[in-house]
Ligand binder design. Structure first.
Ligand SMILES: *[C@@H]1O[C@H](CO)[C@@H](O)[C@H](O)[C@H]1NC(C)=O
Ligand SMILES: *[C@@H]1O[C@H](CO)[C@@H](O)[C@H](O)[C@H]1NC(C)=O
Ligand SMILES: *[C@@H]1O[C@H](CO)[C@@H](O)[C@H](O)[C@H]1NC(C)=O
Ligand SMILES: *[C@@H]1O[C@H](CO)[C@@H](O)[C@H](O)[C@H]1NC(C)=O
Ligand SMILES: *[C@@H]1O[C@H](CO)[C@@H](O)[C@H](O)[C@H]1NC(C)=O
Ligand SMILES: *[C@@H]1O[C@H](CO)[C@@H](O)[C@H](O)[C@H]1NC(C)=O
Length: 149
């Protein structure tokens, strides 16, 4: 019980780190059932006019995880696997923080996620990669079983 609680806290917080050797890549670790924030930030000294930005979160340049376009989410092309499981932090976007919240993490989510942002006016394009590792949490199985209560 206590152990489960501690694991829950840990699995929510200390999740990502920058290996340093590979620029613009982050390693994240999550446990089945977690809600995790995949980090993606670009440096900016001024507030961004976010309606000039396109933000794409994708896998292998083909699987659409989340898209933000023209000042709002554009989820028509989103992979069904990510339906209702992703969101950007709208209040953070103008600060260049395009991090993505992913909920209900499952082992199949283990992959390399690419965050591509593009300023449609200046054509500036930035790419960040996040490698997500997922492991099972034997203590939280009940949270992810379909019949679980
Ligand atoms: C965004 O676009 C508008 C009009 O196209 C332009 O006036 C503005 O300077 C742009 N902002 C940024 C931050 O690029
Ligand atoms: C932001 O960009 C949009 C679209 O180009 C433009 O209509 C708006 O005026 C801009 N806002 C600011 C504060 O520059
Ligand atoms: C992306 O490509 C990698 C390597 O080819 C593959 O293992 C992975 O399953 C692919 N992911 C998706 C969601 O297609
Ligand atoms: C996603 O959310 C919508 C609106 O809240 C809901 O109607 C739909 O059933 C949800 N889909 C899944 C797969 O959870
Ligand atoms: C980006 O926003 C998320 C959600 O508010 C926050 O957890 C994270 O610390 C922010 N990243 C940076 C670099 O500010
Ligand atoms: C992530 O998983 C891969 C294999 O799936 C493993 O080689 C790698 O060491 C893991 N990295 C971390 C940080 O756990």
């Amino acid at each position: 019980m206590n152990r489960e609680y501690v694991l829950g806290i840990l699995s929510y917080s200390l999740l990502c780190f920058f290996p340093g050797a590979v620029p613009h890549t982050t390693l994240c670790h999550a446990v089945t059932g977690d809600t995790i924030i995949l980090p993606c930030t670009i440096k900016t000294s001024e507030k961004l006019n976010i309606s000039n930005y396109s933000i794409y979160w994708q896998i292998n340049a083909s699987v659409v995880v989340h898209v933000f376009y023209n000042g709002k989410d554009l989820l028509e092309g989103q992979s069904r696997r990510y339906l209702n499981r992703t969101r950007l932090f709208l209040d953070q976007l103008e600060r260049g923080n395009f991090s993505l919240m992913l909920s209900g993490v499952e082992p199949a989510d283990e992959d390399v996620y690419t965050c591509v942002s593009r300023n449609r006016v200046t054509k500036r394009r930035d790419t960040r990669e996040v490698k997500l590792n997922v492991s099972y949490n034997q203590f939280m199985k009940r949270n992810v079983s379909p019949s679980g209560k």
